[in-house]
Write a protein that binds this ligand. Structure first.
Ligand code: NAI
Length: 319
């Protein structure tokens, strides 16, 4: 076994760290030498109200064990303020764990604009605001570790969670691109889909399950992903109860449905439907170039009528 993983000299910001999973991350980082910004708005699970108490309690606990921590009570929607707390107190920001979250479960037939918007504001926009504020500092220091917290509801869908599923999978898309844009400056971004007993899940889980799914069983994965020795970026992990696994896209071999010189028809799609959906021979494209290569190959095989390559991913954006 290797040495203990330490975070001395690192500054970590954990959003929603006043309870549940975020509290575990903050306590563990504090115990292992990181200076920690404990952010929590202190509201209820639906996003109402505010209190400084949850963040204060975690800060006190870290300090009582000899660690260094400060509280921040702003909403993640004000990402700049959270990062400014790290800069003002510790002069840098190395680790961001986007963890704050609320729920507004509602079947799609009954969902309101507010149910949709507030979930997106806190989860997706909040993670964007916090990460964007930290980004230039991480790039400049040539070190950054960002965690996005998605959910099985986002990956697989879940009844009553259209708003939450959409926002949570949006965070995975954000993470995938941050991993690409951060690579050359050693800024990594990974996504976790945790499962844990907390105030968000205590109403839907029986007590023995809450007991078996302690937030402290998710913490080790998050700490490893935040450590300077971890080289992975742009990955997705499911984690709970001490079990963890990586997850990736899987694609069927695919079928060229168009025949050179002939019109392409819906009937041809129907007639090839089982082959199009046949996962017995699959691939796992891991980036956009690899994913598009198959299509370009098919395009070349139909060269007679192929359009010119128009790969939008190759367009150089303003940096
Ligand atoms: P929790 O409710 O115990 O912790 C979330 C914390 O975020 C709370 O302390 C809350 O005050 C804080 N918060 C809420 N809105 C905020 C805002 N706008 N700004 C700052 N802080 C805010 O819940 P839990 O279970 O620890 O969840 C943590 C994250 O994990 C959430 O993003 C949740 O969606 C995600 N998650 C949790 C799962 C579970 O099984 N517990 C499953 C899948 C995802």
């Amino acid at each position: 076994m290797g040495d203990t993983l330490r975070f001395d000299g690192k500054v970590a910001l954990v959003t929603g760290a006043g309870g549940g999973l975020g509290r575990e991350y903050a306590l563990a980082l504090g115990a292992r030498g990181a200076k920690v910004v404990v952010n929590d708005l202190g509201g209820d699970i639906k996003g109402g109200g505010a209190s400084s108490r949850p963040a204060d309690l975690v800060v006190e606990e870290i300090r009582s064990k000899g660690g260094v921590a400060v509280a921040n009570y702003d909403s993640v929607e004000d990402g700049e303020k959270l990062v400014q707390t790290a800069l003002d107190n510790f002069g840098q920001i190395d680790i961001v764990i986007n963890n704050a979250g609320i729920l507004r479960d509602r079947s799609f037939a009954r969902i309101s604009d507010m149910d949709w918007d507030i979930i997106h504001r806190v989860h997706l926009r909040g993670s964007f605001m916090v990460s964007r504020a930290a980004w230039p500092h991480m790039r400049k220091n040539k070190f950054g570790r960002i965690i996005m917290t998605t959910s099985a509801a986002g990956i697989y869908g879940n009844f009553g969670q259209a708003n939450y599923s959409a926002a949570k999978l949006g965070m995975l898309g954000l993470s995938n691109t941050l991993a690409i844009e951060g690579a050359k400056n050693n800024v990594h971004c990974n996504t976790i889909a945790p499962i844990a007993g907390s105030r968000l899940t205590e109403t839907v889980m029986p007590p023995d399950m809450i007991e078996a799914l302690k937030p402290e069983y998710v913490m080790p994965l998050v700490l490893w992903l935040c450590h300077e020795d971890c080289e992975d970026s742009g990955k997705l992990y499911e984690c709970g109860a001490g079990w963890m696994a990586a997850l990736q896209w899987q694609r069927t071999k695919g079928v060229v449905v168009r025949k050179p010189g002939q019109p392409m028809t819906p009937e041809a799609v129907r007639d090839n439907w089982s082959a199009i959906n046949d996962f017995s021979e699959y691939t796992n494209p891991s980036n956009i170039a690899e994913a598009n290569a198959t299509m370009y190959e098919a395009m070349t095989s139909m060269a007679e009528h192929a359009p010119s390559s128009n790969n939008t991913s190759a367009i150089e954006p303003d940096r």
